[in-house]
Design a protein around this ligand. Structure first.
Ligand SMILES: Nc1ncnc2c1ncn2[C@@H]1O[C@H](COP(=O)(O)OP(=O)(O)OP(=O)(O)O)[C@@H](O)[C@H]1O
Ligand SMILES: [Mg+2]
Length: 314
């Protein structure tokens, strides 16, 4: 096969899943011993969207993300990322693929013995060892600034940063390789409301300017209303529905109704429609994030009954 023909085969074709849906999950089953986490789970993520992923604590949001990026070997099912079937790529393909996404893990996962800049350099060294030390340092500092941190933060260690700054440092590392896909697991958990709103604004701006597709796990209703194009709801081992928030609100499902129409959901909707709050969020962009208290709210309870409203994907 010639180079051109090979390129044509590799290039995303309009109308195919690869072009429209950089992430496609079919029939996913994950278990830990007897504990079934996912069963026949289906999901399609559209190119260029921010897809919010919600569900009660322990419903398998992080495990789903880990399955998509190949850190969790599913028991069965098929996951296609950027046109590549996970699990049957050659080593070279899988290295290429891993360089096309960035991940901010739920716990941050920064190396505590490395400075922020050195943390950002880790993937650069791993995937582009030929880059000179000098250039690598420049790229890392650029990513640190892109994530809304002062350049000096690149020389600090994670434990010298506030919680919000550490999230941004994790984001800088996730952006190190100019990814097409960005995975964020609870990026605003533990941030104060202003810091969380600033992080949301940053995520939206980065998505728009860098053309990212974002898989965003969150319990934060404000985040869902503020920046997500669609929301996928995990319950009862499956993605039970995917849609805009108004579309989800139209569904008669107890967990969805309790989550979006409960007191927190209504407050988030009111905040979204309140011009004072909106301008506060815009102002917050200029405010550096501060560390904050405890875990994010977990929304409503788990264990929604099984209903047939799956329409994952389009
Ligand atoms: N490595 C593992 N070994 C055994 N069980 C695991 C492992 N990882 C996750 N689990 C279990 O899988 C289930 C789903 O975990 P997961 O971390 O995906 O939940 P989650 O939806 O992300 O929850 P949270 O909102 O609290 O972050 C939980 O019951 C968890 O205990
Ligand atoms: Mg999780």
């Amino acid at each position: 096969m010639t180079d051109v023909a090979e390129d044509q085969v590799k290039a995303p074709q309009p109308g195919t899943d690869e072009g429209e849906y950089p992430i496609v999950v079919k029939g996913l089953r994950n278990t830990f011993g007897d504990h079934v986490i996912h069963e026949a789970l289906e999901l399609k993520v559209r190119k260029g969207e921010i897809l919010g992923v919600v569900g009660g604590s322990g419903t398998g949001k992080s495990v789903l993300m880990r399955s998509i990026i190949g850190l969790q070997q599913p028991e069965s099912g098929e996951i296609t990322v950027l046109g590549h079937k996970m699990g049957d790529s050659t080593e070279e393909d899988s290295i290429d693929l891993r360089s096309r996404w960035g991940v901010l893990f739920q716990g941050g996962a920064l190396f505590s013995t490395l400075t922020v800049g050195e943390n950002v350099e880790v993937p650069l060294k791993q995937f582009f060892p030929e880059i000179s030390d000098h250039l690598r340092g420049d790229i890392a500092r650029f990513k640190v600034r892109l994530s809304g941190l002062a350049e000096e933060s690149a020389f600090k260690y994670p434990n010298e940063l506030s919680g919000g700054m550490r999230k941004r440092a994790g984001l800088a590392r996730a952006l190190a390789l100019d990814p097409e896909l960005l995975f964020l697991d609870e990026p605003t958990a533990g941030l104060d409301p202003i810091g969380a709103a600033a992080f949301d604004t940053l995520t939206r701006e980065l998505k728009e300017t860098l053309g990212l597709t974002v898989f965003l796990i969150t319990h934060d209703l404000d985040t869902l209303y503020a920046i997500c194009d669609r929301v996928a709801v995990l319950a009862d081992k499956q993605v039970i529905a995917v849609g805009t928030i108004p579309e989800l609100l139209a569904l008669d499902h107890p967990w969805i109704q309790e989550y979006f129409n409960g007191p927190r959901g209504r407050a988030a909707l009111a905040a979204k429609d309140d011009p004072a709050v909106t301008s506060e969020q815009e102002t917050a962009q200029a405010v550096d994030t501060a560390s904050a208290s405890t875990d994010a709210p977990t929304g409503a309870g788990e264990g929604a009954s099984k209903i047939d409203m799956r329409k994952s994907g389009a």
